[in-house]
Ligand binder design. Structure first.
Ligand code: PEP
Ligand code: MN
Length: 338
Protein backbone atom coordinates (compact mmCIF):
# COMPACT_ATOMS: atom_id res chain seq x y z
CA UNK A 1 0.00 0.00 0.00
CA UNK A 2 1.12 3.55 -0.72
CA UNK A 3 -0.19 6.09 1.76
CA UNK A 4 -0.03 9.73 0.72
CA UNK A 5 -0.31 12.17 3.63
CA UNK A 6 -1.95 15.57 3.36
CA UNK A 7 0.36 18.56 3.03
CA UNK A 8 -1.01 19.73 6.37
CA UNK A 9 -0.41 16.41 8.17
CA UNK A 10 1.34 16.85 11.50
CA UNK A 11 4.34 14.84 12.70
CA UNK A 12 2.08 13.13 15.27
CA UNK A 13 -0.38 12.08 12.57
CA UNK A 14 2.46 10.58 10.50
CA UNK A 15 3.80 8.80 13.58
CA UNK A 16 0.34 7.39 14.35
CA UNK A 17 0.15 5.83 10.88
CA UNK A 18 3.65 4.40 11.19
CA UNK A 19 2.76 2.87 14.58
CA UNK A 20 -0.42 1.34 13.20
CA UNK A 21 1.49 -0.30 10.33
CA UNK A 22 4.16 -1.61 12.73
CA UNK A 23 1.46 -3.05 15.00
CA UNK A 24 0.11 -5.07 12.06
CA UNK A 25 3.56 -6.63 11.58
CA UNK A 26 4.21 -4.74 8.32
CA UNK A 27 7.15 -2.46 7.55
CA UNK A 28 6.48 1.25 7.01
CA UNK A 29 8.94 3.12 4.75
CA UNK A 30 8.27 6.86 5.11
CA UNK A 31 9.56 9.12 2.34
CA UNK A 32 9.72 12.69 3.62
CA UNK A 33 9.28 14.96 0.59
CA UNK A 34 9.43 18.72 0.37
CA UNK A 35 5.66 18.96 -0.23
CA UNK A 36 4.27 15.98 1.64
CA UNK A 37 5.14 12.62 3.17
CA UNK A 38 4.44 9.32 1.46
CA UNK A 39 4.52 6.05 3.41
CA UNK A 40 5.17 2.86 1.48
CA UNK A 41 4.07 -0.31 3.26
CA UNK A 42 6.22 -3.42 2.80
CA UNK A 43 4.58 -6.81 3.35
CA UNK A 44 1.22 -8.33 2.53
CA UNK A 45 -0.97 -5.22 2.55
CA UNK A 46 -4.17 -7.26 2.14
CA UNK A 47 -4.47 -7.38 5.93
CA UNK A 48 -4.92 -3.59 5.98
CA UNK A 49 -8.37 -2.10 5.61
CA UNK A 50 -7.98 0.51 2.88
CA UNK A 51 -11.09 2.46 3.89
CA UNK A 52 -9.94 2.59 7.51
CA UNK A 53 -6.46 3.85 6.54
CA UNK A 54 -8.04 6.50 4.28
CA UNK A 55 -10.18 7.70 7.15
CA UNK A 56 -7.24 8.32 9.52
CA UNK A 57 -6.37 11.95 10.33
CA UNK A 58 -3.82 13.45 7.96
CA UNK A 59 -4.25 10.83 5.22
CA UNK A 60 -4.97 12.06 1.68
CA UNK A 61 -4.91 8.77 -0.30
CA UNK A 62 -4.23 5.08 0.30
CA UNK A 63 -3.57 2.96 -2.79
CA UNK A 64 -3.33 -0.81 -2.90
CA UNK A 65 -0.39 -2.16 -4.88
CA UNK A 66 -1.43 -5.83 -4.83
CA UNK A 67 -4.75 -7.16 -6.10
CA UNK A 68 -7.11 -8.03 -3.22
CA UNK A 69 -7.18 -11.71 -4.20
CA UNK A 70 -4.23 -13.96 -3.69
CA UNK A 71 -4.73 -17.70 -4.22
CA UNK A 72 -6.45 -17.27 -7.59
CA UNK A 73 -3.76 -14.89 -8.81
CA UNK A 74 -1.31 -15.72 -11.59
CA UNK A 75 1.33 -14.00 -9.43
CA UNK A 76 0.83 -16.62 -6.73
CA UNK A 77 0.79 -19.59 -9.11
CA UNK A 78 2.20 -19.10 -12.57
CA UNK A 79 1.21 -22.41 -14.23
CA UNK A 80 -2.30 -22.90 -15.59
CA UNK A 81 -4.53 -24.90 -13.27
CA UNK A 82 -5.92 -28.03 -14.87
CA UNK A 83 -9.07 -29.20 -13.12
CA UNK A 84 -9.46 -32.96 -13.16
CA UNK A 85 -13.13 -33.77 -13.52
CA UNK A 86 -13.37 -37.52 -13.97
CA UNK A 87 -11.21 -40.28 -15.49
CA UNK A 88 -9.57 -38.71 -18.55
CA UNK A 89 -11.78 -35.60 -18.53
CA UNK A 90 -10.10 -32.37 -17.44
CA UNK A 91 -10.68 -28.65 -17.95
CA UNK A 92 -7.82 -26.23 -18.55
CA UNK A 93 -5.45 -28.45 -20.48
CA UNK A 94 -4.79 -28.28 -24.19
CA UNK A 95 -8.10 -29.93 -25.04
CA UNK A 96 -11.19 -27.76 -25.41
CA UNK A 97 -14.03 -29.19 -23.29
CA UNK A 98 -17.60 -29.02 -24.48
CA UNK A 99 -20.31 -29.11 -21.80
CA UNK A 100 -23.70 -29.54 -23.43
CA UNK A 101 -27.24 -30.58 -22.63
CA UNK A 102 -30.66 -29.21 -21.75
CA UNK A 103 -31.18 -26.19 -19.53
CA UNK A 104 -33.17 -28.34 -17.13
CA UNK A 105 -33.51 -32.07 -16.63
CA UNK A 106 -37.18 -32.65 -17.52
CA UNK A 107 -37.40 -36.40 -17.99
CA UNK A 108 -35.24 -39.37 -18.93
CA UNK A 109 -36.18 -39.31 -22.65
CA UNK A 110 -35.12 -35.73 -23.46
CA UNK A 111 -32.01 -35.95 -21.29
CA UNK A 112 -30.98 -39.19 -22.97
CA UNK A 113 -31.60 -37.89 -26.49
CA UNK A 114 -29.63 -34.72 -25.82
CA UNK A 115 -26.77 -36.60 -24.16
CA UNK A 116 -26.49 -39.25 -26.85
CA UNK A 117 -26.31 -36.65 -29.60
CA UNK A 118 -23.87 -34.40 -27.74
CA UNK A 119 -21.60 -37.31 -26.88
CA UNK A 120 -21.62 -38.51 -30.50
CA UNK A 121 -20.63 -35.00 -31.57
CA UNK A 122 -17.69 -35.03 -29.14
CA UNK A 123 -18.92 -33.49 -25.85
CA UNK A 124 -17.63 -35.24 -22.73
CA UNK A 125 -19.62 -33.30 -20.13
CA UNK A 126 -23.41 -33.32 -19.83
CA UNK A 127 -25.18 -30.29 -18.37
CA UNK A 128 -28.71 -30.12 -16.95
CA UNK A 129 -30.32 -28.34 -14.02
CA UNK A 130 -32.20 -30.26 -11.34
CA UNK A 131 -32.53 -27.17 -9.14
CA UNK A 132 -33.41 -24.18 -11.33
CA UNK A 133 -32.97 -20.55 -10.23
CA UNK A 134 -36.12 -19.14 -11.86
CA UNK A 135 -36.99 -15.46 -11.81
CA UNK A 136 -40.58 -16.20 -10.77
CA UNK A 137 -41.82 -18.73 -8.23
CA UNK A 138 -44.46 -20.19 -10.58
CA UNK A 139 -41.98 -21.29 -13.28
CA UNK A 140 -40.68 -24.88 -13.41
CA UNK A 141 -38.24 -25.18 -10.51
CA UNK A 142 -36.54 -28.43 -11.55
CA UNK A 143 -37.04 -32.06 -10.57
CA UNK A 144 -34.71 -31.95 -7.56
CA UNK A 145 -33.24 -35.31 -6.54
CA UNK A 146 -35.16 -37.15 -9.25
CA UNK A 147 -33.47 -34.91 -11.82
CA UNK A 148 -30.05 -35.64 -10.31
CA UNK A 149 -30.73 -39.36 -10.59
CA UNK A 150 -31.71 -39.08 -14.26
CA UNK A 151 -28.66 -36.96 -15.02
CA UNK A 152 -26.31 -39.41 -13.27
CA UNK A 153 -27.84 -42.41 -14.98
CA UNK A 154 -27.65 -40.84 -18.44
CA UNK A 155 -24.13 -39.55 -17.78
CA UNK A 156 -22.97 -43.05 -16.83
CA UNK A 157 -24.73 -44.66 -19.80
CA UNK A 158 -23.12 -42.23 -22.22
CA UNK A 159 -19.72 -42.12 -20.48
CA UNK A 160 -20.04 -38.41 -19.74
CA UNK A 161 -19.21 -36.39 -16.65
CA UNK A 162 -22.09 -34.25 -15.37
CA UNK A 163 -22.39 -30.65 -14.29
CA UNK A 164 -25.43 -29.33 -12.44
CA UNK A 165 -26.36 -26.27 -10.42
CA UNK A 166 -26.35 -26.07 -6.64
CA UNK A 167 -28.67 -23.41 -5.22
CA UNK A 168 -28.69 -24.08 -1.52
CA UNK A 169 -26.12 -24.99 1.13
CA UNK A 170 -28.52 -27.65 2.43
CA UNK A 171 -28.24 -29.57 -0.86
CA UNK A 172 -24.44 -29.68 -1.14
CA UNK A 173 -24.02 -33.31 -0.03
CA UNK A 174 -26.87 -34.43 -2.26
CA UNK A 175 -25.67 -32.62 -5.37
CA UNK A 176 -22.04 -33.63 -4.73
CA UNK A 177 -23.09 -37.27 -4.42
CA UNK A 178 -24.61 -37.34 -7.93
CA UNK A 179 -22.51 -34.86 -9.91
CA UNK A 180 -18.93 -34.41 -11.09
CA UNK A 181 -18.98 -30.60 -11.24
CA UNK A 182 -21.16 -28.34 -9.06
CA UNK A 183 -22.29 -25.18 -10.82
CA UNK A 184 -22.72 -21.92 -8.93
CA UNK A 185 -25.02 -19.84 -11.11
CA UNK A 186 -24.81 -16.16 -11.92
CA UNK A 187 -27.42 -15.31 -9.28
CA UNK A 188 -25.39 -16.95 -6.53
CA UNK A 189 -21.92 -15.73 -7.44
CA UNK A 190 -21.83 -13.58 -4.32
CA UNK A 191 -23.64 -15.98 -2.02
CA UNK A 192 -20.63 -16.03 0.26
CA UNK A 193 -21.92 -18.74 2.60
CA UNK A 194 -22.48 -21.05 -0.35
CA UNK A 195 -19.01 -20.23 -1.71
CA UNK A 196 -17.43 -21.06 1.66
CA UNK A 197 -19.27 -24.35 1.89
CA UNK A 198 -18.37 -25.55 -1.62
CA UNK A 199 -14.81 -24.58 -0.68
CA UNK A 200 -14.90 -27.34 1.92
CA UNK A 201 -15.52 -30.12 -0.61
CA UNK A 202 -13.09 -31.27 -3.27
CA UNK A 203 -15.40 -31.63 -6.27
CA UNK A 204 -14.80 -29.15 -9.11
CA UNK A 205 -16.88 -25.96 -8.97
CA UNK A 206 -18.06 -24.11 -12.07
CA UNK A 207 -18.33 -20.49 -10.95
CA UNK A 208 -20.39 -18.37 -13.30
CA UNK A 209 -19.90 -14.63 -13.49
CA UNK A 210 -22.62 -12.65 -11.71
CA UNK A 211 -25.11 -10.67 -13.79
CA UNK A 212 -23.43 -7.42 -12.83
CA UNK A 213 -20.18 -8.61 -11.31
CA UNK A 214 -16.90 -6.87 -11.97
CA UNK A 215 -13.98 -9.13 -12.86
CA UNK A 216 -12.37 -8.32 -9.51
CA UNK A 217 -15.53 -9.35 -7.64
CA UNK A 218 -15.72 -12.57 -9.63
CA UNK A 219 -12.11 -13.43 -8.80
CA UNK A 220 -12.77 -12.61 -5.15
CA UNK A 221 -15.73 -15.00 -5.23
CA UNK A 222 -13.36 -17.69 -6.55
CA UNK A 223 -10.91 -16.71 -3.79
CA UNK A 224 -13.59 -17.65 -1.21
CA UNK A 225 -13.67 -21.18 -2.63
CA UNK A 226 -9.89 -21.62 -2.88
CA UNK A 227 -9.22 -20.10 0.53
CA UNK A 228 -11.60 -22.61 2.10
CA UNK A 229 -9.58 -25.49 0.66
CA UNK A 230 -10.98 -26.32 -2.78
CA UNK A 231 -8.53 -25.47 -5.60
CA UNK A 232 -10.74 -26.98 -8.32
CA UNK A 233 -12.49 -23.91 -9.68
CA UNK A 234 -13.50 -23.35 -13.31
CA UNK A 235 -14.68 -19.83 -14.17
CA UNK A 236 -17.51 -19.29 -16.66
CA UNK A 237 -18.19 -16.04 -18.53
CA UNK A 238 -21.96 -16.00 -19.15
CA UNK A 239 -22.49 -12.40 -20.13
CA UNK A 240 -23.37 -9.36 -18.08
CA UNK A 241 -26.43 -7.15 -17.93
CA UNK A 242 -26.17 -3.93 -19.89
CA UNK A 243 -28.62 -1.48 -21.52
CA UNK A 244 -28.78 -3.73 -24.60
CA UNK A 245 -32.06 -5.57 -25.15
CA UNK A 246 -31.44 -7.34 -28.48
CA UNK A 247 -29.39 -10.04 -26.76
CA UNK A 248 -30.26 -11.68 -23.43
CA UNK A 249 -26.99 -10.48 -21.91
CA UNK A 250 -23.87 -8.85 -23.30
CA UNK A 251 -21.11 -11.38 -23.80
CA UNK A 252 -18.04 -9.68 -22.36
CA UNK A 253 -15.48 -11.81 -24.16
CA UNK A 254 -12.54 -9.61 -23.22
CA UNK A 255 -12.79 -11.19 -19.77
CA UNK A 256 -11.35 -14.41 -21.21
CA UNK A 257 -7.86 -13.16 -22.12
CA UNK A 258 -7.92 -10.80 -19.13
CA UNK A 259 -8.69 -13.63 -16.70
CA UNK A 260 -5.85 -15.58 -18.29
CA UNK A 261 -3.52 -12.68 -17.44
CA UNK A 262 -4.78 -12.24 -13.90
CA UNK A 263 -5.43 -15.84 -12.85
CA UNK A 264 -4.25 -19.40 -13.37
CA UNK A 265 -7.80 -20.77 -13.23
CA UNK A 266 -9.43 -22.25 -16.35
CA UNK A 267 -12.24 -20.27 -17.94
CA UNK A 268 -15.07 -21.40 -20.20
CA UNK A 269 -17.81 -19.43 -21.97
CA UNK A 270 -21.60 -19.85 -22.01
CA UNK A 271 -22.82 -18.65 -25.43
CA UNK A 272 -26.42 -19.68 -24.61
CA UNK A 273 -27.32 -17.46 -21.65
CA UNK A 274 -25.10 -14.64 -22.88
CA UNK A 275 -26.85 -14.30 -26.24
CA UNK A 276 -30.24 -15.96 -25.76
CA UNK A 277 -30.31 -16.66 -29.51
CA UNK A 278 -29.41 -19.93 -31.26
CA UNK A 279 -28.16 -18.05 -34.34
CA UNK A 280 -25.52 -16.24 -32.26
CA UNK A 281 -24.22 -19.34 -30.52
CA UNK A 282 -21.92 -20.64 -33.31
CA UNK A 283 -20.15 -17.32 -34.02
CA UNK A 284 -19.72 -16.48 -30.34
CA UNK A 285 -18.47 -19.99 -29.57
CA UNK A 286 -15.82 -19.63 -32.28
CA UNK A 287 -14.85 -16.23 -30.94
CA UNK A 288 -14.61 -17.64 -27.41
CA UNK A 289 -12.26 -20.43 -28.46
CA UNK A 290 -10.24 -18.03 -30.61
CA UNK A 291 -9.64 -15.74 -27.63
CA UNK A 292 -8.46 -18.50 -25.34
CA UNK A 293 -11.46 -20.09 -23.60
CA UNK A 294 -10.85 -23.61 -22.28
CA UNK A 295 -14.32 -24.78 -23.18
CA UNK A 296 -17.96 -23.99 -23.69
CA UNK A 297 -21.19 -24.74 -21.84
CA UNK A 298 -24.10 -24.74 -24.24
CA UNK A 299 -27.79 -25.63 -24.10
CA UNK A 300 -28.89 -28.40 -26.46
CA UNK A 301 -32.43 -29.83 -26.50
CA UNK A 302 -34.00 -32.42 -28.83
CA UNK A 303 -37.35 -30.59 -28.81
CA UNK A 304 -36.83 -26.92 -27.93
CA UNK A 305 -40.57 -26.21 -28.41
CA UNK A 306 -41.38 -28.61 -25.60
CA UNK A 307 -38.64 -27.48 -23.22
CA UNK A 308 -39.78 -26.30 -19.79
CA UNK A 309 -36.96 -23.79 -19.54
CA UNK A 310 -34.93 -21.75 -22.06
CA UNK A 311 -36.19 -23.60 -25.14
CA UNK A 312 -35.93 -20.36 -27.17
CA UNK A 313 -32.15 -20.37 -26.93
CA UNK A 314 -31.47 -24.11 -27.26
CA UNK A 315 -29.58 -25.61 -30.17
CA UNK A 316 -31.01 -28.79 -31.63
CA UNK A 317 -28.56 -31.72 -31.73
CA UNK A 318 -27.87 -31.30 -35.48
CA UNK A 319 -26.89 -27.66 -34.95
CA UNK A 320 -24.59 -28.67 -32.12
CA UNK A 321 -22.87 -31.34 -34.24
CA UNK A 322 -22.37 -28.81 -37.04
CA UNK A 323 -20.95 -26.29 -34.58
CA UNK A 324 -18.39 -28.80 -33.32
CA UNK A 325 -17.23 -29.48 -36.88
CA UNK A 326 -16.91 -25.76 -37.59
CA UNK A 327 -15.02 -25.27 -34.36
CA UNK A 328 -12.25 -27.74 -35.11
CA UNK A 329 -10.24 -25.50 -37.48
CA UNK A 330 -10.61 -22.57 -35.04
CA UNK A 331 -9.25 -24.68 -32.18
CA UNK A 332 -6.39 -25.86 -34.39
CA UNK A 333 -5.56 -22.30 -35.39
CA UNK A 334 -5.00 -21.38 -31.73
CA UNK A 335 -3.06 -24.53 -30.95
CA UNK A 336 -5.81 -26.40 -29.11
CA UNK A 337 -7.25 -29.87 -29.60
CA UNK A 338 -10.90 -30.85 -29.42
C1 PEP B 1 -27.92 -22.21 -16.32
O1 PEP B 1 -26.78 -22.51 -16.69
O2 PEP B 1 -28.89 -22.95 -16.49
C2 PEP B 1 -28.15 -20.89 -15.70
C3 PEP B 1 -29.23 -20.66 -14.96
O3 PEP B 1 -27.20 -20.00 -15.98
P1 PEP B 1 -26.86 -18.55 -15.32
O4 PEP B 1 -26.65 -18.82 -13.87
O5 PEP B 1 -25.61 -18.17 -16.04
O6 PEP B 1 -28.00 -17.66 -15.62
MN1 MN C 1 -30.83 -22.05 -19.08
Amino acid sequence: MIIVMRKSASDDQIKAIINEINEKGLKPMPLYGTERTVIAVIGDERILDQQHIKSLPGVSQAMMVLPPYKMVSRETKYEDTIVKVKNDIEVGGNKIQMMAGPCAVENYKFTKEAAKACRAAGARILRGGAFKPRTGPYSFQGLGEEGLKILRQVGDEEDMAIVTEILDIRDIDLVAEYSDILQIGARNMQNFNLLEEVGKIKKPILLKRGLSAKIKEWLLAAEYILSNGNPNVILCERGIRTFERETRSTLALSSVPLIKELSHLPIIVDPSHSTGKPSLIPPMTKAAIACGADGIIVEVHPKPDEALCDGQQALIPEQFAKLIEELKPVAKAVGRTM
